[in-house]
Write a protein that binds this ligand. Structure first.
Ligand code: IDP
Ligand code: MG
Length: 153
């Protein structure tokens, strides 16, 4: 099963949207493989967002992601990366489609509620930033292939 790193960002935690955001991922069939509630340090934020260093929004992004506690999760499932990104919606809230997390809960460029890995290599690297392998659990959800059937044609 594919894994992706999801962060419920400080704005979503402050706005008490944790449950509703996790619900959307679960509803679609993704399962929680790991989860922690933490305050991201400046050092960790800089490692996570290293690809954006030098961009005009980078200082504000570091301030944002370190500005309060977050929920960090690894979600697992068939096509987990792509599905999570689709549920999140486009980066800027004002461009994100209704029905997506970002589209339904805000219109900000910076404060966009949720992070999700953007590809398999990014996912592997980001997961390693936040979790040790033994903190991630592999199991089959009881719904099994009624919700997600990887081998269908
Ligand atoms: P993504 O989160 O949809 O993958 P990225 O381009 O990787 O988007 O940007 C990382 C984060 O940086 C965004 O989620 C958002 O919080 C912030 N960000 C990106 N572009 C801008 C911008 O132009 N202005 C302000 N904040 C931005
Ligand atoms: Mg990104």
């Amino acid at each position: 099963m594919e894994r992706t790193l999801i962060i419920i960002k400080p704005d979503a935690v402050q706005r008490r949207l944790i449950g509703r955001i996790i619900q959307r991922f679960e509803d679609k069939g993704l399962v929680v493989a790991g989860m922690k509630f933490m305050h991201i340090s400046k050092e960790l934020a800089e490692r996570h967002y290293a690809p954006h260093k030098g961009k005009p929004f980078y200082p504000g992004l570091i301030e944002y992601i370190t500005g309060g506690p977050v929920v960090v999760m690894v979600l697992a499932g068939y096509r987990a990366i792509e599905i999570a990104r689709m549920l999140m919606g486009k980066t800027f809230g004002y461009e994100a489609a209704p029905g997506t997390i970002r589209g339904d809960f805000g219109s900000s460029k910076t404060y966009n509620l949720v992070h999700g890995s953007d590809g398999p290599e990014t996912a592997t690297g980001e997961i390693a930033l936040y979790f040790k392998e033994d903190e991630l659990l592999d199991y089959q959800p009881a719904s099994g292939e009624w919700v997600s059937k990887p081998d269908e044609v």
